[in-house]
Write a new protein. Structure first.
Length: 83
């Protein structure tokens, strides 16, 4: 039935559902948009700086590789370095 409705009729069916919360939705959307704008302005002007995640990713990756090598060596799937 809903697929057969025109857009205007569909809006008339849904509008009463959201009507009592309409002001809250508008104010919440405005507040979130304002905050997003402030963050964007801070990033553009340099007032807000984000640290690059690459050093942390490299450190975590290196630790994970060492852990995997140790686990494989322990279960006998990888030989340790020759002495």
């Amino acid at each position: 039935k809903m697929e057969a409705m025109s857009p205007a009729k569909f809006e008339r069916v849904l509008h009463p559902i959201f009507e009592e919360d309409e002001l809250t939705l508008i104010l919440a959307g405005g507040a979130l948009g304002f905050i997003a704008g402030l963050i964007q302005q801070g990033l553009e002007t340099g007032a807000i700086k984000l640290q690059s995640p690459l050093p942390r990713i490299r450190k975590t990756w290196s630790a994970l590789q060492k852990l995997c090598k140790a686990a494989l060596k322990k279960i006998g799937l990888q030989q340790g370095p020759s002495s």
